[in-house]
Design a protein. Sequence first.
Length: 565
Amino acid sequence: MEHHLKPSRIQDYNIARALQDIAAGQADQTGLVTRKGRGYQSWTFGQLQENSCCYAAALHGEGVEQGQRVMLMVRPSMEFICLTFALFRLGAVVILIDPGMGYKNLLRCVGRVRPDVLIGIPPVQLFARIFRAPFQTVRTRICVGPSWGLLGRSLAGIRDRGREVSPYRAREQDLAAVIFTTGSTGPPKGVQYTHGIFYAQLRLIHDYYGIRPGDVDQPGFPLFGLFSIALGAKAVIPEMNPAQPARVDSRKFIRTIIDQQVSYSFGSPAIWNVVSRYCIDHDIVLPVRKILMAGAPVPGALIERVRQIMPEGGEIHVPYGATESLPIASMTGTEVLESTWELSRQGKGACVGRPLPGIDIRIIAPAAGPIPSWREVRELPAGEIGEIIVKGPVVTRAYDHNDQESRQAKIVDDSSFWHRLGDMGYFDGQGRLWFCGRKAHRVLTGQGVMYTIPCEAVFNEHPRVARSALVGVGVPGRQQPVLIVELVGGGTDLDERLTGELRELARAHTLTGMIDTFLVHPAFPVDIRHNAKIFREKLARWAEEKVPAQADAGGRGQQDKTDFL
């Protein structure tokens, strides 16, 4: 069943071949399950392959061809899964944009990516009719749902009209998809995914995390369902809005896990924060033996809580990466709790583990502008914070229609290229990578550089603090550090007692000694994909309205070199 993942056997990199090979070997086994009323609806791998082929034929009959850009905006469903594989089969380029990013960002992304075809549910088709300018390149519209003759051709109406189409024979570097970033440090960017990158991701997920036929996945992030099916695992689509994972209905999420005996799940820490609390309150132990949490640093307290709702022998994995390169490092929850979490609480950063097989990660001196070649790079030794860069088979080569950002993010060497993640971190003496925050989120004071993740950890220990965010107010190089907290249970009252206790925490650590300004925010703005990454830029603008910038922030602080390590 796994021969299609072996590099020596790959003659055709079309990722649709993965479903075809799985269906050939386990056609009658269930590949996908969704809720339907009070029960479930299921499809075998053979039926998924058949639907995919029918959709490919129908779309080809409507003029969809190799190389065309197809914007796919369909809710997680059988149609989403089969349409995606159908488009890969045709050699079309699948465009995936998070609709929850806000209509202004969405319209900007559509205008930049210039789709030829729009496949979407009725509200999306209506949206495209209202905001015509960004969609002006669209020539074909397929409506997944009732179109009323106004919103394009109905997918159901064309499903059985096409002739069978042979799958496009894809090369490793052929473009398969454009997937947009969350925009956590700027406007969302379209990332070009080749068929070869998808195969490399499948191999890593299969080899490192041990996902096999017979496993059952409940993905909190829809794209991971595609990987599971391509690996021969059954995917169970949960009843939830993937754009709002923090608002997941725990009862529904848990019910499908138990009913379908889910063995592993990939999702945001925001999902498991809600679900684990519910399980503990109701004395529920889940059958899930493997949980992958990604999207933001995962606190040890959450890992400990999730472990309590897993069976004996179960394990939590915390992958690290980005839309441009995922996964590149990983560590288990056991290792976090036994050897790194206490250090994280002391302000050492968030340990994200060791590089995965075939992945090369380096730490370099930060640079503001592009780094055209490796000759201009200065590598930093272990224990010193710098920019994190990565090279490997899962690393994407370019942003879509954005040469400026591509030049900024890539470094060319003699044999390949490196990607600059925009993250700051360091390696410890054991070869483990520690994440210290986004480069764009550094607070640049007159006394030195302050990094968000290490500093915030100091204040997150306070029992009234749900989470915190360090931001800078004023001109970079002379910024005033401001610590914003979100309180347990909500609220906006910053009383004198809390202010005094936060100030005591600040003065007790060299890292945070210069912080003397504290604010309370009712609800931090977060990314729409994981509901876990804090939009610190928005908080910084908010803080600027509350706090007059000072010309210079005095006090103690850390320098670029991490002598506190």
